[in-house]
Design a protein around this ligand. Structure first.
Ligand code: 5GP
Length: 192
């Protein structure tokens, strides 16, 4: 099967909706020519996260200077005081490797990418079954303080309201169903 790699596939979802598991599953399908877009962020690295693997960790000054130099395809202040963005050089790097690019970015960032590359982009919104299911998942993950958790939940509610702007919505109620549904969508998009 030959795939068209001049493509961008954006996954957006409230944090805790299982988006990362879905993205990982796709990257494990070795017959699919996919690579993950490593974002830049001003947030501190968490747990085992590695520079240049999970994120490019930048100081607020370095991030600002890249904004001024026009180096971002999109960036957002995803949480108050915390910036995240996609560097144009990252997409270029992966396209040069003949890979379609997979993004795990917030809803506004996803919409910006779609607006910049309308024909090359598929946007997929991963929806948790409910806000209370999301809260349960975030609590069991146990990586956030209560304050951070409340901020994430309030952002989740805002993001759920924007799901309609996406090309596809995958409801992550049952994980294995969500995985196979997403894989099917991606295979079909890359075959076009
Ligand atoms: P976390 O801090 O949990 O790694 O990520 C927080 C949020 O930032 C997630 O919703 C993630 O999708 C979003 N995010 C990560 N990278 C980017 C990016 O490059 N641009 C935008 N707009 N959002 C991003």
């Amino acid at each position: 099967m030959s795939f068209n790699t001049n493509k961008l596939i954006v996954f957006s979802a409230p944090s805790g909706s299982g988006k990362t598991t879905i993205v990982r599953h796709l990257l494990e399908q070795t017959d699919l020519p996919l690579a993950f877009s490593i974002s830049a962020t001003t947030r501190a690295s968490r747990g085992a996260e590695k520079e240049g693997v999970d994120y490019y960790f930048l100081s607020p000054e370095a991030f600002r200077s890249k904004i001024e130099m026009g180096e971002f395809l999109e960036y957002e202040e995803v949480y108050p005081g915390l910036f995240y963005g996609t560097l144009a050089s990252e997409v270029k790097r992966l396209w040069n490797e003949n890979k379609a690019v997979l993004f795990d970015i917030d809803v506004m960032g996803g919409i910006s990418i779609k607006n910049s590359f309308p024909t090359e982009t598929l946007t997929v919104f991963v929806q948790p079954p409910s806000i209370s299911a999301l809260e349960e998942r975030l609590r069991s993950r146990n990586t956030d303080t209560e304050e951070t958790l409340q901020i994430r939940l309030s952002k989740a509610q805002q993001e759920l309201n924007q799901a309609q702007a996406f090309d596809e919505i995958v409801i992550n109620d049952d994980l294995s169903t969500a995985l196979s549904e997403t894989e099917k969508l991606v295979r079909s998009f890359l075959s076009k």
